[in-house]
Design a binder for this molecule. Structure first.
Ligand code: ADP
Ligand code: MG
Length: 292
């Protein structure tokens, strides 16, 4: 049966918007030594904005944006929303897309009047940009923006920089976890330069350019790391990261917006604050001290 200290900790957690799926999960959270965080929507606000457009000769900004936005209407990826929103704010009319499909962790492709167009990460689309474009992309990434290219067949017709900002409480929450002897690690599918920049700003370890399945492998690696020897938690917003939330020893969803997150996670921080993940650890540790 569940110890009284755990039962009362569960009740207290619920009162402050921390829904934990049972006493065993609550106890485990206090033992966590490594906490992996999804980048987009978890450490960042998850609402990127279009920050810059680069065009190839013969194309205008609106032409490139129109094609990119038409492609992006087929997905609700945060980057896609940013591109579509930018096109809407410029009142662009979007053409009809045929045969559209998302390429997981890479971008979107589809046809307009029979011609194949793609938008996404150059590396993932197996495209090597020319020197000038490569320089523009790496400058944007150095600056912390996600840079994607727009292709007509295999030709680059433009590129977009999308900027997401770190959550205001990210740095302090991560510092607090460190002081609780928990190592936070950021996991992202974004480019290494972008991951590196954000990780440096937040003072956290990071792993970048991860495909969705790579994230599961990294979680397993962290769990097997003899230096840490303890359960590994995954913190995510439930968008794209449900498999990782499930596969970690403890999955913590933040925001609780999606049913998928509620289903995949062991705990949900309903108030959508990173500081609540810290509160959850503290509550669990307090309960463990009473029963051990
Ligand atoms: P994250 O780990 O931040 O959730 P994803 O795995 O979803 O990232 O995507 C990895 C990278 O693939 C993005 O940084 C971007 O370069 C590219 N990408 C993915 N989806 C899209 C999209 N809909 N439009 C443009 N680029 C995309
Ligand atoms: Mg996310």
């Amino acid at each position: 049966s569940t110890p009284a200290a755990v039962t009362s900790a569960l009740a207290r957690a619920t009162k402050i918007g921390l829904l934990v799926k049972g006493g065993a999960a609550l106890e485990l959270i206090g033992a966590v030594r490594t906490m992996a965080f999804d980048k987009t929507g978890t450490l960042t606000e998850g609402k990127p904005k279009l920050a810059a457009i680069k065009t190839a000769d013969g194309y205008g900004e609106n032409g490139v944006l129109t094609i990119a936005a038409a492609l992006e209407t087929v997905t609700s990826h945060p980057l896609a929303r940013a591109v579509v929103a930018a096109a809407q704010s410029r009142n662009l009319d979007l053409p009809v897309i045929e045969d559209a499909r998302t390429i997981a962790g890479a971008g979107v492709e589809g046809r307009i009047d029979g011609t194949l167009y793609r938008v996404g990460a150059a590396k993932r689309l197996d495209v090597t940009p020319d020197g000038k474009t490569a320089k523009w992309l790496s400058d944007q990434e150095e600056d912390g923006s996600t840079a994607v290219i727009v292709l007509k067949n295999d030709q680059i017709i433009g590129a977009l920089a999308l900027r997401d900002t770190a959550r205001g409480d990210a740095k302090s929450a991560l510092a607090e976890l460190n002081s609780l002897n928990i190592t936070p690690v950021m996991l992202t599918g974004d480019a290494n330069r972008v991951g590196k920049r954000m990780a440096a700003d937040l003072g956290i370890d990071y792993r970048a350019e991860l495909l969705p399945e790579d994230k599961l492998n990294v979680l397993a690696e962290l769990r097997d790391d003899p230096k840490r020897s303890g359960p590994v938690a995954m913190v995510g917003d439930g968008i794209n990261d449900a498999p990782a939330l499930k596969s970690a020893d403890v999955g913590i969803a933040i925001g609780g917006g999606t049913d998928i997150a509620l289903e995949a996670a062991d705990a949900v921080a309903v108030r959508d604050r990173l500081g609540d993940v810290v509160n959850l650890v503290k509550l669990s540790r307090a309960a463990r001290r009473v029963i051990r």
